[in-house]
Design a protein around this ligand. Structure first.
Ligand code: PMP
Length: 417
């Protein structure tokens, strides 16, 4: 009898049979409050009726209109619609299926257009598991260990991690920008450096928001040296952080933006956006893929964007995120094992630390499991797995946030008892 491979590691013991809004139900009908949203994907909640209706309609009309063979209406409509929410000037798009593919496509584009090789990535960053994306990833060694050699031409520099070093945001920013400058002066000359790739909130690496001054500093350096700034909005995009894009908090403009996850409420779809003059320098036919921009996924994305707008989900993410963070801070105040609560919008991490300041993975693991036992589904992140993260669907309401905080308080209490 065939079984699933143990290479897949499941964060919770739940066998999900059905999803509705912020809830998942197992085969016995037990209800779970889902603060994982399928790793930040089901932005409109599980099976939002408008997304379901759009996808069902498209399934009966055209499932696969292969976009390098024929074009189809859902992708044209989605492109026009994304134009309304993308940063000014990033008005040329193409599509693939996953975050990793979009990351690799952005690297292809940046190398192609600049004729330079190196990509600067940040220590602790996550950009995916395929070999090129894994080469950019240092959120935890399991993504890289034992599979090298990975894509060459990647250089790393520190991300501003204030809490880990006991620094202020300003100190962390100053340090990270100085290290960046040192990198260009010692290791990767600007003439060899094609792009910088950065997450507006370090995601898998520990849910650490980038200080706005840090992103502004990268923008300034990119402009000075003709380096492209790739902003990886795979996890932070489409309202997750309480602004439409995570980089909106810093008021900067990316040269290349990539989005996936929350874009299509669970259908595999990712997009790469850049200005026309940049896209125009790449060879036609140099990007693509069999399934990219699938018609059903595009229809679901269009419905997702409509729901995000019509239900005010970006504002809701800001409002409920603030409420959630406030509740979590109260729990942390009662439990010194939680050394830091941080995040933007509905992307919040609770970092567990020992009294002498080391990662407390054991207590974080117990709290995560105790939450699942109580019907609250969460994820962990960070290189040591000691950050418990909360990333609910953007439709979450006040009562559900409060219930989540209550269950979390119980789970933490059980973990430290
Ligand atoms: N970039 C970021 C910022 C991500 O969070 C992820 C997924 N967690 C990826 C890229 C990779 O996306 P995928 O798993 O769809 O390949």
């Amino acid at each position: 009898m065939a079984e699933l491979s143990p290479v897949l590691k499941q964060a919770t013991p739940v066998l999900a049979a059905r999803g509705e809004g912020v809830h998942l139900y197992d085969e016995d009908g037990r209800r779970y409050l889902d603060f994982t949203a399928g790793i930040g994907v089901t932005s409109t909640g599980h099976c939002h009726p408008r997304v379901v209706e759009a996808a069902q309609r498209q399934v009966g009309t055209l499932i696969h209109g292969q976009y390098t063979t024929v074009m189809h209406r859902p992708l044209l409509d989605l492109t026009e619609r994304l134009g309304e929410v993308l940063p000014e000037g990033l008005d040329r798009l193409f599509y693939v299926n996953s975050g990793s593919e979009a990351v690799e496509a952005s690297v292809r584009l940046a190398r192609h257009v600049t004729g330079r090789q190196n990509i600067v990535a940040f220590q602790g960053g996550f950009h995916g598991r395929t070999m090129g994306a894994a080469a950019l990833t240092t959120s935890g060694v399991k993504v890289r260990a034992g599979i090298g050699p990975l894509m060459p031409g990647v250089v790393f520099t520190p991300f501003p991690e204030a809490y880990r070093h006991g620094w202020s945001q300003a100190e962390a920013t100053r340090f990270a920008l100085a290290e960046f400058d040192q990198l260009l002066a010692t290791t990767s000359s600007p003439r060899d450096t094609a792009a910088i790739i950065v997450e507006p909130v370090l995601g898998e690496g520990g849910y650490i928001p980038a200080p706005p001054e840090f992103l502004a500093g990268l923008r300034e350096r990119a402009d000075k040296h003709g380096i492209l700034l790739i902003v990886d909005e795979v996890q932070t995009g489409v309202g997750r952080t309480g602004r439409f894009w995570g980089h909106d908090h810093a008021g900067i403009r990316p040269d290349i933006l990539i989005t996936a996850k929350g874009l299509a409420s669970g259908f595999p779809l990712s997009a790469i956006a850049a200005p026309a003059e940049l896209m125009g320098q790449a060879w036609p036919g140099s990007q693509g893929g069999t399934y990219g921009g699938n018609a059903v996924a595009a229809a679901a994305a269009l419905a997702t964007l409509d729901v995000v707008r019509d239900e005010g989900l970006v504002a809701n993410a800001a409002e409920q995120g603030a409420r959630l963070q406030e509740g979590l801070r109260k729990v942390a105040a009662d439990h010194p094992v939680i050394g830091d609560v941080r995040g933007l919008g509905l992307m919040i991490g609770n970092e567990f630390t020992t009294p002498d300041g080391r990662p407390d993975t054991a207590t974080a693991t117990r709290a995560h499991a105790a939450a699942a036992e109580r019907g609250l589904l969460l994820l962990t992140c960070g290189p040591h797995g000691n950050v418990v993260r909360m990333i609910p669907p953007l439709v979450v309401d006040s009562a559900q946030v409060d219930e989540g905080v209550r269950l979390w308080a119980e789970a933490v209490q059980a973990a430290v008892a």
